[in-house]
Design a protein around this ligand. Structure first.
Ligand code: JFZ
Length: 442
């Protein structure tokens, strides 16, 4: 397969995972928060008394909300209930260890006072920077900040979906300069930010910019050593995205797990990854009328455990309201997840793939470099017997409940490296964790 490799100028520049401390910290985060906030939070999915069926943050692209009406939302951006410390406290209580915040979504409205466009918070009634208090508050709470940035910008006159004429090309050159300026500006203004989360990079116009984007990425990485950039920033010179034409991941982690999770370790090809998830079906920005199934905290905890068990992180989205407050349903879910995390975070933080065969009772995670495996139980077997298959040359030294280490569990080896662990915890309304301390076996 290696012999088949073609020479790429703008493909991936690394094979295998990053090993530096910043990336190791990111990898061990386990749980993150996503924030989608911008002008779209003001209509909240509704215009002229009519409910929009799509994602609320896309309302501008919806014909029933005319562009001038959307554009003038800037004069209504006055989030009097915005409190950065409170947002950070909600994330902290939930157990999130990083946050990705929309500095600019597709609409082009900037939550920071960018010098390069007038479509920013500075020209809203609020006037003040939103990103600075957020970066400071989350940082103070010990939560790493990643800056979400949409390349596609519906507000910029130079943005094109494709480049077909000379006029398009001239316009897009201006747009590229603007994009570079904004990114350098963000990295300069918010030196605490650990990474960039790119979006809106799927159009032909941007896919054709392999050289420009590759050089810009190098420039950003030089400006901020250790910067984390996912696979959704650039395409290679053949237009391949996420994975280059040699099928090697571009960027530091796979950014394609959008409202879906991998099912097996083979699905993630040995790469770092995170999954971004909405609480309702597909609403990122604030939508006042959530429809359909709203995920429960148990489902979200299950997704977190599943993500970690397959070597990834789970990032849960919040869409604050136009006034800056966070809706009660989101606050309640964050608290419920946090209650579980307070007891069980040992099975989530700095954990990854355990190497164990998947069993019906749930997901197993493993601490890096420590001989501990965590069985995160979602389906309690009626028998009380939990099947566990360990990798070769390992044995169970001891087993107990994470919530109550005095409850030592009976363990029985039934075949070589194959065990039953017996647990009959009194009625459980939430998933729980069984710890396996393992040891080397001759
Ligand atoms: C994008 C945005 O359009 C959306 O508003 C939100 O910000 C989300 C996080 O990102 O939506 C996407 C992007 C990529 C895929 C799906 C939705 N994808 O790769 O499947």
């Amino acid at each position: 397969q290696n012999a088949e490799k073609i020479k790429l100028k703008h493909g991936s520049h690394r094979e295998g995972k990053r090993t530096d401390a910043i990336m190791q910290k990111w990898r061990g985060n386990g749980l993150g928060q996503f924030i989608h906030w911008g002008l779209y939070a003001i209509p909240g999915g509704e215009w002229n008394g009519k409910q929009y069926n799509g994602a609320a943050e896309w309302i501008r692209s919806w014909n029933e909300m005319p562009k001038p009406a959307y554009d003038s939302l800037i004069y209504k951006f006055n989030p009097v209930n915005f409190n950065a410390d409170q947002w950070a406290a909600i994330a902290k209580d939930m157990g999130a260890r990083y946050v990705t915040i929309t500095t600019k979504h597709h609409d082009g409205f900037c939550l920071w006072p960018s010098k390069y466009t007038s479509y920013t918070v500075a020209n809203s009634p609020w006037k003040k920077d939103i990103m600075k208090p957020l970066v400071d508050a989350y940082d103070k709470a010990g939560i790493d900040v990643i800056l979400y940035f949409s390349i596609m910008d519906w507000n910029h006159p130079g943005w094109r979906y494709d480049i077909k004429t000379r006029a398009d090309s001239i316009a897009f050159e201006g747009f590229k300069k603007f994009t570079r300026n904004q990114l350098i500006e963000l990295l300069t203004m918010y030196p605490k930010a650990k990474g960039l989360w790119f979006d809106g990079t799927w159009d032909k116009s941007w896919i054709k910019q392999a050289k420009f984007a590759d050089e810009l990425e190098a420039e950003m990485r030089k400006l901020r050593p250790g910067l984390i950039i996912g696979s959704r920033f650039r395409a290679d010179e053949y237009g391949k995205r996420h994975f280059d034409s040699n099928n090697v991941l571009m960027g530091d982690y796979e950014q394609g797990w959008e409202r879906k999770l991998p099912n097996t370790i083979a699905d993630v090809h040995g790469n770092d990854w995170d999954c971004v998830m909405t609480i309702p079906e597909n609403q990122w920005g604030y939508n006042k009328a959530w429809k359909g199934h709203i995920k429960t905290s148990t489902e979200l905890i299950e997704m977190t455990a599943k993500a970690v068990s397959l070597g990834g992180n789970f990032v849960l989205n919040f869409g604050p309201k136009g006034d800056g407050s966070i809706r009660d349903q989101e606050k309640r879910l964050a608290l419920e997840i946090g209650d579980w995390m307070k007891v069980n975070n040992e099975a989530i933080y700095n954990c990854g793939y355990s190497g164990l065969e998947k069993q019906d009772w749930g997901y197993s995670t493993k601490k890096t470099r420590i001989d501990k495996i965590y069985m995160v139980v979602f389906n309690i077997p009626v028998s009380g017997a939990y099947r566990v298959k360990l990798p070769a040359k390992t044995a169970i030294a001891k087993s107990y409940l994470l919530a109550d280490q005095n409850q030592v569990l009976k363990v029985e080896e039934v075949h070589t490296n194959e065990y039953f662990v017996y647990a009959n915890p009194a009625s459980q309304s939430k998933p729980f964790v069984i710890v396996l301390e393992t040891k080397k076996k001759e």
